[in-house]
Design a protein around this ligand. Structure first.
Ligand code: SRM
Ligand code: SF4
Length: 569
């Protein structure tokens, strides 16, 4: 990484005054720990607590099947442990050959399903310990990896997937890849553990930027190309808003300090929207990322993990201080913010012609779940499509899929494959479903308190009935469900959001901005479905009757005084 980084404030505090994760990282020999040994241990299907934490930096999470957890306990058996493996896919772009390999690996090791995530990548679930290495080596064959797909480092870099704009998309997606390659850890641990490479002795610093303790917490970067805000720019730790003219991208407005994660038990944690602090020319992109991450590395809270995200650093140190420190490290001040407008969020499902005369097809994939259902063999269909497709695939931030760069003469073949596999572009989804995101939650997520992905279809059907009764069927409304307050579906910017509290119980949040520009507010606490539907019936009914032309649901709730008297959260 850049030599310009000033590490003077880097962690020089005694480790024993810091959180246990700092010691773990420090002692891990740059993320090696005893992962190798853990993989060979046949007594358990899992790994030790420490290795589980370290493996996250390698994009791997230990989980167990929560549907059968109690039964296994009753039988005095170890939980049914498997691993989730998350691919690093900057900008969500992959080739047909890569898709085919992902499909092969999912069939061989991943329970015959692929999960497209809210940060535009693939996840394999259900991978048993012995099959992690073959999975990662298989990915390596098509130049994919899982480095830093989580962990206290900069992970999956997002980029607008907008199918109507291929030229700027290509430029920004390439920058997302360059930046992602730049910010991943440098340690040789990944190559040694997963590819079996020999450790190379070197006198060079193994992690010139991160050091032995990496970042205080995960760090998320995203690029947005206005007017679409499909990546939910304001929820990123570091967001870049592309500014350009006819000649291409000229530079970026920079947004810092966004984040969703919060805990119901801890009022000191909260969702926060990023602040747009200035503009940088394109050639300052890497310097800006280094500077922002450097500030978080050096000033982030390493004593209290629940307050370690960059958003808290920004609030605790003050936006002015953080901005000035970034500028000092960049060596140049930010230029004034350039005008921009974000006016949409979800994906435009269906066919779009591009500037070059090709076509992009956006397919609706409910909750990003690619699997074969008897009535819709989506996984087989996409495999067949990948075999003939000559363009690229783009995973969208809304968990959908774009089949990109289809030549006009190839369109009939693609349409025939889709028809043969009963894959409609929109999957028969209403406007509500098309603008909905659900996190994985049960049965694999260890943190889930309630269902999300598995509940979305049922809940959406019930809300669709309310919408139909009020003539709102075609009205786009953003809806997000998360199985816990961590907010993996970015719920706190949605117009309607549910966050899990307990089985069948959710907090209901309303009033977010349609294009992700405003946080919503909690309206019901720990509520069951009946109470949630009641509230929606009432508010959506009012919306149908009293809305102004073109007014979004969240905006209406604010204008109509629904939150009157409440303090802004
Ligand atoms: Fe997430 C943890 C799934 C996007 C905030 N997230 C998890 C874990 C790994 C649970 C765990 O720590 O063991 C979940 C794995 C479930 C499973 O079985 O697959 C998980 N997160 C997901 C995915 C797959 C949801 C999805 O259905 O798409 C998304 C994968 C993204 C990716 O490809 O990298 C996912 N997670 C997000 C987002 C949205 C985003 O980044 O755009 C957020 C909110 C934004 C943010 O970070 O503020 C998010 N995930 C969290 C948090 C809370 C972080 C915090 O600041 O408090 C956790 C828990 C943690 O880190 O301790 C978490
Ligand atoms: Fe799991 Fe909670 Fe994230 Fe959903 S929001 S995937 S339940 S951590």
């Amino acid at each position: 990484m850049s030599d310009t980084i000033d590490r003077s404030a880097d962690i020089s505090q005694p480790l024993d005054r810091l959180g246990p994760d700092e010691r773990l990282k420090y002692d891990s020999d740059y993320l090696r720990g005893r992962i190798d040994e853990g993989l060979l241990d046949r007594i358990t299907g899992g790994v030790r607590f420490e290795e589980n934490k370290l493996m996250k930096f390698h994009g791997i999470y230990q989980q167990d099947d929560r549907d059968i957890r109690d039964e296994r306990r009753r039988q005095k058996l170890e939980p049914a442990i498997t691993f989730m493996v998350r691919v690093r896919l900057p900008g969500g772009v992959c080739t047909p050959a890569q898709w085919l390999k992902i499909d092969d690996l999912a069939r061989a090791h991943g329970g015959e399903t692929i999960r497209l995530t809210a940060r535009q990548t693939f996840q394999f679930h259900w991978v048993v310990k012995e099959e992690i290495r073959p999975t990662i080596q298989g990915l390596h064959e098509v130049l994919l990896d899982t480095i830093a797909a989580c962990g206290d480092d900069a992970r999956g870099v997002m980029s607008t997937a907008n199918p109507a704009d291929s030229v700027r998309h290509a430029e920004v997606a390439a920058l997302a890849k360059t930046l992602s390659d730049h910010v991943i850890p440098r340690t040789g641990a990944y190559h040694e553990i997963w590819y079996g490479k020999e450790r190379v002795a070197t006198s060079e610093e193994e992690e010139p930027f991160y050091g032995r303790t990496y970042l205080p917490r995960k760090f998320k970067i995203g690029f947005v190309i206005p007017p679409s805000n499909d990546i939910d720019l304001y929820t990123q730790d570091l967001g870049f808003i592309a500014i350009g003219g006819p000649g291409g991208i000229e530079g970026f407005n920079v947004a810092i300090g966004g984040g969703m994660g919060r805990s119901d038990q801890d009022p000191a944690t909260y969702a926060r929207l990023a602040d747009v602090v200035g503009y940088i020319p394109k050639d300052r992109l890497i310097a800006a990322a280094d500077a922002v991450m450097g500030v978080q590395r050096d000033y982030g809270n390493r004593a209290e993990r629940s307050r370690a995200r960059f958003k808290y650093t920004v609030d605790d140190k003050g936006l002015d201080f953080v901005k000035a420190e970034i500028e000092r490290r960049m060596g140049t001040p930010f230029e004034p913010v350039r005008p921009f407008a974000l006016d949409s969020n979800g994906d435009a499902i269906g066919w779009r012609e591009t500037e070059s005369g090709c076509f992009n097809l956006t397919l609706y994939v409910e909750s990003g779940r690619v699997a074969n259902r008897p009535d819709r063999p989506l996984m087989d269909g996409l495999r067949a499509l990948a075999k003939v497709h000559k363009g690229a695939f783009r995973l969208t931030p809304n968990q959908n899929l774009i089949v990109a760069d289809i030549a006009p003469e190839d369109r009939p073949a693609i349409e025939a494959i889709l028809a043969a596999h009963h894959i409609e572009e929109g999957g028969g989804a209403s406007a509500l479903r098309r603008n909905a995101i659900a996190c994985v939650a049960l049965p694999t997520c260890p943190l889930a308190m309630a269902e999300a992905e598995r509940y979305l279809p049922e809940l959406a059907t019930k809300i669709e009935t309310i919408l139909a009764q009020n003539g709102l069927t075609d009205e786009p409304i953003t809806m997000r469900i998360s199985g816990c307050p961590n907010g993996c579906s970015r719920p706190y910017v949605a117009e309607i959001a549910l966050t899990g509290r307990a089985p069948g119980k959710y907090n209901l949040w309303l009033g977010g901005g349609f294009h992700g520009e405003r946080l919503n507010r909690v309206v019901l606490d720990n509520a069951g479905e009946a109470a949630i539907l009641d509230t929606l019936e009432q508010t959506l009914g009012n919306y149908a009757r009293e809305r102004a032309p073109g007014e979004h649901f969240g905006d209406f709730l604010h204008r109509s005084g629904f939150f009157a008297g409440e303090e802004a959260r």
